[in-house]
Ligand binder design. Sequence first.
Ligand SMILES: [Zn+2]
Length: 478
Amino acid sequence: MLVYTASLCLLWASCILAAPATKQTRQKVLLISFDGFRWDYDRDVDTPNLDKMARDGVKALYVTPPYLTITSPSHFTLLTGRYIENHGVIHNMWFNTTTTQTKPYYQTQFVNEWWDNGSLPIWITAEKQGRKSGSLHFPGTASTYQGMTPTIKEVEPLLYNYKDETKWRKNADKVMGWFKDLDLDFVALYFGEPDGTGHRYGPDSPQRREMVKQVDRTVGYIRDSAERHGVSNHLNIIITADHGMTDVYRNGLVEEITLSKIPGFAFSDLSFHLVDFGPSGMLLPKPGRLEKVYNALKDAHPHLHVYKKEEMPERLHFAKHERILPIVLWADPGYVINGYFPVQFHKGEHGFDNQELDMKAFFRAVGPAFHKDLEVGPFETVNIYALMCHILGITPEVNDGHLDATKHMLVTSPRPTSGEPVNYLQKVFMGLSAVAGFLLVVFMVVMSHKMLTKKHKNKRLESSKDLTDKEVSKVTSF
Ligand SMILES: [Zn+2]
């Protein structure tokens, strides 16, 4: 009897713990990206809302974006859990090496084959598994994937003011309305700042600090909006970024990198090139000229790194895709790569090696899936996809991340000891509640068993001739 009761209790407990989420209990995820929000931007600015979010949830010291640390490739890693060489969105710019045509960031959003290239963003995976998803302004939104789109999506217009705080609030309310009225399970929401301000004025400028205050106000507004729309109970909000930002030196402060000035190098040896794009570059030499180009550039400048595609450091995961050109260049922090002559005048840049601290992004998460007041160590953003799939209860596509990198942030895992210790009394209370619950179930099972046995005994007395022992045991062992 004891074994029987205990196993029934275990069955009951496992049903509660592993119950397939019903529509009411299913957890939702809002993934927010603030473009170019460096990991330490909250250190020199008062950020009461980001601080509150950290107290109510999880904060990572920083997160490491994939290389190349630029917008579209890095966002597509968030959406797919794949390194850039595996998802194929290798640049912000679509290009054709035969026609030498290129398209800038915004126009590239609409080049379907650039995005729909084998890897599915999480909003499609969710839809395929019976969830409903949406995306607002997130890079990759304009494209369809295997002919599919999320339930609802909105692409920003061409001339969009990415800084407008009033629009930010409208977008936050719109997304919360989607969760509430359309009962979406997942939404990706993108803000184009503080990237623009970081580029224009530099990461240490007062303008960047003001923009971080605007981000902070918006984070508070987003959380209030979730409350107002009555969706906060089931909503997990993950806020991160695609990369950081670092100062660029010029005007005689440093010896700038200008390819045309390098002895032995000639643009006439190239069929196609992508330079004048921050600190990174890719070159396609004409047939038979690869060694010449490579040898001219290698060791030409102490802060210029030159790699043949197949010799790229493996840790960067930026080699395997056919779209990556045969020679890859990148500069050390402080430098950009100019082509014929300097045409780049940003005070801040990204696109550098993802090992550089200035390229690291921030990460906050809050909601029913996450521990509270927990600060965790760094992890790679390639792992956020698996985390989101887990919370949504969907099966991830093949990806390069792993839940092991983030599962310690979840309430379903024991609280890591590095964080704030859980209140001792709370622990005792939880333990006592569990014991009380267990005893209650034992009591109920015993009582119902007794009652049924008694009932059947009576029944048997009334019509003992018709009821066999076998049938009794069958009736009582429900
Ligand atoms: Zn940027």
